[in-house]
Design a protein around this ligand. Structure first.
Ligand code: GDP
Ligand code: MG
Length: 264
């Protein structure tokens, strides 16, 4: 692989895609779809599963946290509930993350993308020290992009949509990495409404006013913040089930990786 341009200590490849999103948004299913698409397009993908609590995975993970950390035993040993168990498992794994980076570096010549699946509950990865350590380890070595998966049918009310976008916004400012919004489940509901709300502030305001849970001036102020946020990201409609939008997604990832190379 080519090393980065002068001043960059990281390589151009592989591009790391960290897949985050609310529980049930379809991260794991989407990742499976990305793996299938990569295989069919002769793109070389490598998959890292960071969800210690998942029972079965639809894809074959190249590196799996479950091989190193036994989530159920962690729960017993430290007397923890499910979320504490996932968080502690992630902490234990993060302490050895330099080994993961090394494995990927050794294979860097053959890899185009590394797809990273994260635990179901979003904040376990996005608001934990270990999530930050893992993200930082990637971002200091390879071009790294965050893919935020949105459950499109469940975001069709303006207030829910705004909450979801505020969460995505917080991730952008916390990681400072290029962000791609993947509006998933477009086989159930098209994401056209979302694009409209993101492009046209007035349209979103009008939708807000017709919402029963409208919070008036507060919501108005928040949507002004979001207007600025939307300028800093790319969004695509996808369906993990039908496979729609995969080429558009990889294009958005490529553009984001370029942005990373220019910025960092
Ligand atoms: P995760 O918790 O974010 O990893 O979500 P999963 O991948 O486990 O998916 C949660 C649920 O959403 C499952 O029942 C999936 O079958 C469903 N799902 C995921 N992607 C899609 C999609 O594109 N379309 C539809 N209709 N369902 C989906
Ligand atoms: Mg999952």
């Amino acid at each position: 692989s080519s090393s980065g341009q002068a001043g960059h200590s990281f390589r151009r490849k592989p591009v790391i895609i960290i897949v985050v999103g609310m529980a049930g948004s379809g991260k794991t299913t989407f990742l499976h779809r990305l793996v299938c698409h990569a295989q069919a397009s002769r793109i070389c993908g490598y998959v890292l599963n960071l969800d210690p609590a998942v029972m079965t995975l639809p894809y074959g993970a190249n590196i799996d946290i479950r091989d190193t950390v036994k989530y159920k035993e962690v729960m017993k040993q430290f007397n923890l509930g499910p979320n504490g168990g996932i968080l502690t498992s992630l902490n234990l794994f993060a302490t050895k993350f330099d080994e993961v980076i090394q494995v990927i570096e050794n294979r860097a010549d053959q890899l185009d993308y590394v797809l990273v699946d994260t635990p179901g509950q979003i904040e376990i990865f996005t608001w934990s020290a270990s999530g930050a350590i893992i993200t930082e380890a990637f971002a200091s070595t390879f071009p790294t992009v965050v893919a935020y998966v949105v459950d499109t049918p469940r975001s069709s009310s303006p207030v829910t949509f705004m909450s979801n976008m505020l969460y995505a916004c917080s991730i952008l400012y916390k990681t400072r990495l290029p962000l791609v919004l993947a509006f998933n489940k477009t086989d159930v509901a098209q994401h056209q409404f979302a694009l409209e709300w993101m492009e046209d502030f007035e349209a979103f305001q009008a939708a807000m006013r017709s919402d029963d849970s409208y919070m008036s001036t507060f919501a108005q102020s928040l949507s002004l913040v979001l207007d600025e946020f939307y300028k800093n990201l790319r969004s695509v409609g996808v369906s993990a089930v039908s496979g729609a939008g995969m080429d558009a997604f990889f294009k958005a990832i490529e553009a984001s990786a370029e942005e990373y190379m220019e910025t960092y």
